[in-house]
Design a protein around this ligand. Sequence first.
Ligand code: OGA
Ligand code: NI
Length: 370
Amino acid sequence: MAAMDANSSYDRMKELKEFDQSKMGVKGLSDSGITSIPRFFVHPPETLSDFKNSSSTCTNIPIIDLSGIINSKDNDHRLKIVEQVKEAAKTWGFFQVINHGVPISVIDETIHAIKAFHDQPHEVKAKYYKRENELGGVMYTSNNDLYRAKSAAWHDSLQAWMGPEPLKVADLPEICRNEVVAWDKSATEVAETVMELLCEGLGLEAGKFKELTFLDVRVLVGHCYPYCPQPDLTVGITSHTDPGVITVLLQNHVPGLQVKHGDEWVNVKPVPGGLIINAGDFLQIISNGEYKSVQHRVLANSSKEARISIVIFFNLAKWKGDGYHGPLPELLSLEKPAIYRNFTKQEFFENFYSKGIDTKSLIEKIKIKN
Ligand code: OGA
Ligand code: NI
C-alpha cells in the first residue's frame, strides 16, 4: 500500500473532490455495481491488520433491563439498576438497554424511514448533499470528515441538529420527517432516564445532568453502511471515541459495530428493540475518569443488505461562566483530586473540527500529568 501511495500519478485530492461533487455517496458507488473501491477508501495495512484481530468469543456488551425503572418507586430495584449502569459505564463505557419504554413500532419505523431516505434515487438525495453548515440544520453527506481524515470510510449519513434551537421541521426530508422528530423525542426520554441513573451512580442528584443542559444539544445522524465489494480493504467507521456527553444508538439487524474492551474488539450483537448507550469524552472528563469513553468502530459491510444505524449525540448547551467545563467539583476531594484540568468551549470545538474523528485527543490534552 505504501508503494501505491508513493506513486505520484495518483492525485488523491482530485479523486476526493470528484467523489464529493458527484454527491453519489458510497451508496451510489455500491449501487453502481463496482467491484473494486476507489483508492482513497483503502486504509493502511496497520489499520486493516487490527481489523483482523476481532474477538471470536461470544461476549457482548452488558445488557441492562430498565423495566421497573420507568414510573416505578421501587427503590431497591432502582439501586440495583444504578449499580449495573455504573459498572457498565466504568468498565465498558458501553451498554445496551432493553425495556426502555419506547414501543418497538417507533423503533422499526425509525430504522425504516432512515433506510428509505438512503434508498431514494440519487437526484432526490443530492438536493440535501452538502458539507459546510456543520453546526445546524440538515445535511446529507458521505464521510463528515472526508477531507480531514487520512482514509475515507464506507458510509453515508443524514445529519440533523435537533437542538438547542428547535429544528425547522420542514427542512427534514419528507420521507423521514415525522419519524426523525418522533425518534428525537423517544431517544431523548431514554437519554434522560440513563443520565439520571449515571448521576446517581456518581452520587449526584438524579437531575444534575439535565440541569447542566446535557440533554439540550442533540445531533441526530442516520448512517447507511451499504454493501462494500472489498470489505477487507476499508472500514465502515474508523475507530474513534465520541466527543460529547452520551450517545444513544439504534441499529438494524445487520452487524458491524465493535467496541474495544481491554485488548479485544467485541462485536455488539444487535438485540431486537435494544438501544446502545455509550459515554463520550466529555462525560469521562466531567466524571473525573469514573465513566469511560471507549473506542468503537464499524466494519465495512460485507452483507448485501445495508446496515442502518441512527445515533443521537447529546451535548451540553450551556457552558460554565465564560465558557469552560471540567471535572465536577462535587466529585473532587483530597482523596480524589482532579485528574483533568478545565477546558474551554473553544478548545473542545477546535479539537473536534481540526481533524478526522479520533480517539480521546481532548482527554489526552487536558490530563494533569504528575
Ligand atoms: C458514530 C458511531 C456507530 C454506528 O456515529 O459515532 O460510532 O454503528 N456510529 O453507526
Ligand atoms: Ni461513535
